[in-house]
Design a protein around this ligand. Structure first.
Ligand SMILES: CC(C)(COP(=O)(O)OP(=O)(O)OC[C@H]1O[C@@H](n2cnc3c(N)ncnc32)[C@H](O)[C@@H]1OP(=O)(O)O)[C@@H](O)C(=O)NCCC(=O)NCCS
Length: 393
């Protein structure tokens, strides 16, 4: 877990980290201090010089960085001690550093890179029920001190330990990408377009075999538990397996939506919808993608004159992608969207899928239960069954 040690914001996560630790989750803490270091350098009238993503560290700056890092570390240890069930934070020679050296003629002085992660030493601490703490300051075999990128340390450590997950607790501005699941190829595309430092590191970790990389907004209370223990999560998840992603539909998606709906309309599963009808309601559609391919859709259509009810409509999963709970995921997503819009009664009309809905908490209701505006256009000839689900937050 790599955390920017924002003194205020990080506090939102301490209780969750403590809880995860006591539940037996092995946590390695890589403490980022970039904002604190920048502030300390500024206070000492030392200009931070960057070459690309790297800070060039002079010996004068290194002294300030040592002070700032030690202060952060002390604050962090104090936070973890403030409980009847304190958490043991341990330090050690977990990282061997080497100088970054001269790049394009620029001497990076005391800026270092990871030479080796001492995975057995970290594992010993985990086995002893401690949280090993790693910082930006690390030592070379010659006994020199180097200022390293904590994101690089986080990636290298996760790889060396064969970690299940790497979690970046990041500043809100690093989480501006819409939350959700991204496959490796989607993350690559985003990283190219957004030039995000964290996204680049996350991609690197993914390419080196870490299966799940999460980027969470550190200021979001409960973010860790929600991300780890709810299916939807609250952050950005990058995974190197085929993973689904749900997103709002756009006009450009209409050909994909039609290609999913039309065969089902022909088979009588769904009522026929024209391109124009979908176009006028596109802002109500949501799509599910597997590795960038649209494989399903659903729409949440509000009812006129009845703002606590809405209809789940056009729910469909491409025949090649059924039986993987994607329909379930879309339904959950639509229900969450409905709750956000203060909708309490979700209706669905179907001719052949009644049991699927009933098994997911819907109950059969009479056509009369539909809001009036919907009842007025109910197609008696099609004779669809009406189902209703009372949504609870
Ligand atoms: C209904 C639908 C969206 C489910 O998608 P999915 O991703 O395959 O669903 P899940 O993986 O979440 O669930 C699969 C389960 O649903 C069951 N199921 C699939 N179609 C069903 C149906 N018509 N009636 C009852 N159960 C059904 C499967 O047997 C399976 O159950 P099992 O795991 O016990 O074997 C998909 O089958 C579909 O697109 N159907 C055609 C369109 C449609 O009828 N839409 C609803 C009207 S709006």
């Amino acid at each position: 877990m790599a955390g920017q040690a924002f003194e205020g914001n990080l506090r939102a996560q301490f209780e969750d980290i403590r809880l995860l630790h006591h539940l037996g989750v092995n946590i390695v803490w890589i403490m980022g201090s970039r904002p604190q270091i920048s502030k300390a350098l500024e206070k000492n009238n030392l200009t931070a010089e960057f070459s690309g993503l790297r800070r060039v560290t002079s010996s004068e700056q290194l002294d300030v960085i040592i002070d700032a890092t030690n202060r952060q570390k002390t604050l962090l240890e104090a936070q973890f001690s403030a409980s009847k069930t304190p958490v043991n934070i341990t330090q050690g020679s977990f990282v061997v550093a080497r100088p970054l050296g001269v790049l394009n003629g620029l001497d990076h002085l005391n800026t270092g890179v990871v030479r080796k992660i001492n995975a057995p030493a970290i594992q010993d601490q985990l086995n002893a029920n401690c949280i090993p703490l790693l910082t930006a300051l690390n030592y070379s075999l010659t006994g020199d001190i180097f200022n390293c990128s904590t994101e690089e340390i986080a990636v290298e450590t996760a790889v060396a330990l064969k970690a299940d997950k790497l979690i970046f607790l990041a500043d809100s501005k690093d989480c501006e990408i819409e939350a959700g699941h991204l496959s490796l190829s989607q993350a690559r595309a985003l990283s190219d377009s957004k030039d995000s430092r964290l996204m680049k590191r996350a991609l690197r970790a993914c390419e080196l075999g870490i299966e799940r990389i999460h980027i969470l907004d550190v200021s979001l209370d409960g973010a860790l538990l929600q991300e780890l223990y709810t299916r939807e999560g609250v952050g950005i998840l990058i995974s190197n397996d085929d993973y689904y992603r749900i997103r709002a539909a756009e006009l450009a998606d209409i050909p994909d939506i039609l290609s999913i709906l039309e065969p089902l309309e022909d088979q009588g599963f769904l009522v026929a919808r024209s391109r124009e009808a979908i176009e006028s309601q596109i802002h109500h559609y949501h799509l599910i993608e597997m590795d960038s391919k649209v494989v399903g859709c659903a729409a949440l259509i509000p009812y006129q004159g009845c703002n606590h009810s809405a209809e789940l409509s056009a729910l469909a999963i491409h025949a090649d992608y059924r039986q993987q709970s994607l329909g379930d995921q879309l339904l959950k997503h639509i229900e969450a969207q409905a709750l956000n819009a203060h909708i309490t009664d979700l209706f669905a009309l179907t001719t052949q899928t009644t049991h699927w809905f009933v098994e997911r908490g819907f109950e059969l209701v009479d056509v009369d239960a539909l809001p009036e505006s919907r009842r007025a256009v109910y197609n008696a000839e099609r004779n669809s069954k009406c189902l209703k689900k009372r949504l609870r937050a």
